[in-house]
Design a protein around this ligand. Structure first.
Ligand SMILES: Nc1ncnc2c1ncn2[C@@H]1O[C@H](COP(=O)(O)OP(=O)(O)O)[C@@H](O)[C@H]1O
Ligand SMILES: [Mg+2]
Length: 452
């Protein structure tokens, strides 16, 4: 029997597929979003590190240039004999100083922890440098000519060299800062790469799992469909066969009725006709004694015909079923079979209501008819018991014989198939319990609506 898959299974597969594909999409979206964000983060970090480095380098370069140039201006100023030109150098020197102060101010804002020490040293050195220079700026031309060179050699140049050294130190720190920043960015990059690898791995695993599940599911559905198709084709073929057999059975029945009409009724009526001819001869001869005997004979013949016709009528459609009810009709049938075959048939009924549905009564009657027919034909039995029992919600029928038995799985003809069909039409159950040498029992259960 084809059965639909249980509802919980359908719901389960749907749930698994929805959750699986939803999860997969979410994972993919997450991986994409996370990847883009990480890239953006890395790019921003890279940009800011580079920009900061460039800015510091620029400002530091300015400070270095100012230190260097200031030395040159000091030299020019000290070695200049013309006071007008010396004034110009002095002015340039002051300009350089204010520019340097501005640059220092700017660098202080960019300062990081490692640079603060050397920067402090640089500022102090610069302060000392300007402090040393200040009195020299007020020197007369003669003083400058006398002490200028020594001052330059002993004070200005060594200080300048040391300050340039400090600036170089700061530059080196700045560069190492750049390197550290790059390392940090690389670490961020590594981290997001790890995260992305995990997410993509998960996505692929889930995808594979889903693919396996879906493939299995689809294959199972395909198999089930093929199975259903086979079942339906089988059922259709069986139906066709059954219809053909039904038509054949109908034809056989008609043939047997026709034969019976011809053989039994036809012959009896022919007999009546012959005897009537004899009777009219007797009447003409006025042989009153034999007329009476002949009339009796004819009466018997007609009675016989009537009984044959009635039996045939009952066989075709048991009006008894309508007139007397199920149990008396079964009893009549049992009597008829006993009379014809000499088999002892007993009918017992327990609490069988006469309010049974028409269909159920006909079904029971026909089954008993076919079963008794089989017993007469095949069983070589001596005793048969037919039992009908009504229980709440169902009607039970059993026909048991003590004949030679048979193999119900292998021997199956129109009779048993017909019984099966009738029973399944009413939603009941039919089974044959028999084996060679053990007699046979047919069990039938028909469901009844509770109200009946
Ligand atoms: N009560 C029985 N005792 C022994 N054999 C039986 C009995 N009923 C049926 N059979 C066997 O089962 C076969 C199938 O029966 P059935 O379906 O009525 O077809 P049919 O009567 O046309 O052969 C019979 O041919 C017979 O061999
Ligand atoms: Mg039969």
């Amino acid at each position: 029997m084809p059965t639909a898959p249980p509802a919980y299974k359908i719901v389960n597969s749907r749930l698994v597929l929805t959750a699986g594909f939803g999860g997969l999409l979410l994972l993919m979206a997450f991986a994409g979003f996370d990847g883009i964000q990480a890239l953006q983060q890395i790019q921003t970090a890279n940009d800011s590190i580079r920009e900061e480095f460039l800015l510091r380098t620029r400002v530091l370069e300015r400070i270095r240039a100012d230190v260097y140039v200031s030395g040159t201006y000091v030299r020019d100023y000290l070695l200049e004999r013309e006071s007008g030109k010396a004034q110009g150098h002095q002015y340039s020197l002051r300009e350089t100083r204010s520019d340097m102060d501005a640059a220092l101010q700017q660098y202080r804002a960019l300062l990081n922890a490692e640079e603060s020490r050397p920067f402090q040293v640089l500022t102090q050195e610069l302060g000392a440098y300007w402090g040393v220079l200040e009195p020299a700026l007020r020197w007369t031309a003669a003083q400058r000519q006398r002490d200028g060179y020594t001052f330059l050699r002993d004070e200005v140049f060594p200080r300048r060299t040391s300050m340039l050294g400090i600036a170089d130190q700061i530059g080196a720190i700045n560069e190492s800062q750049l390197k550290a920043g790059r390392l940090k960015v690389e670490e961020t990059f590594r981290q997001s790469r790890r995260r992305l690898t995990i997410t993509i791995g998960l996505t692929i695993a889930l995808g594979l799992l889903l693919a396996a599940f879906s493939t299995r599911h689809i294959l199972r559905l395909e198999n089930e469909t093929a199975e259903r198709y086979r079942e339906i084709s089988g059922a259709r073929a069986e139906l066709k066969l059954l219809s053909a057999r039904l038509v054949a059975a109908q034809e056989n029945e008609r043939r047997s009725i026709s034969r019976e009409l011809h053989d039994e009724v036809g012959q009896a009526l022919t007999g009546v006709l012959v005897e009537m001819a004899n009777l009219s001869t007797l009447i003409r001869e006025k042989d009153t004694d034999r007329v009476a005997a002949k009339a009796d004979e004819i009466k018997k013949l007609v009675e016989n015909s009537i009984s044959v016709v009635r039996n045939m009528a009952l066989l075709l459609r048991p009006s008894m079923l309508d007139d007397l009810g199920l149990v008396p009709a079964l009893q009549w049938q049992a009597r008829e079979v006993s009379k014809r075959s000499g088999i002892w048939v007993k009918v017992s009924a327990e609490q069988v209501s006469e309010e049974l549905p028409e269909e159920h009564k006909t079904c029971i009657y026909r089954i008993v008819q076919e079963a008794l027919h089989n017993i007469v034909q095949h069983a070589a039995a001596r005793h048969v018991s037919v039992t009908v029992r009504q229980e709440p919600g169902r009607l039970l029928l059993a026909i048991q014989d003590d004949g030679k038995g048979f193999q119900p799985q292998q021997e199956r003809g129109m009779g048993l198939v017909g019984i099966e069909e009738r029973v399944s039409y009413l939603g009941g159950k039919f089974e044959v319990d028999s084996a060679p040498g053990r007699g046979a029992t047919l069990n039938v259960m028909l469901p009844l609506a509770e109200a009946a």
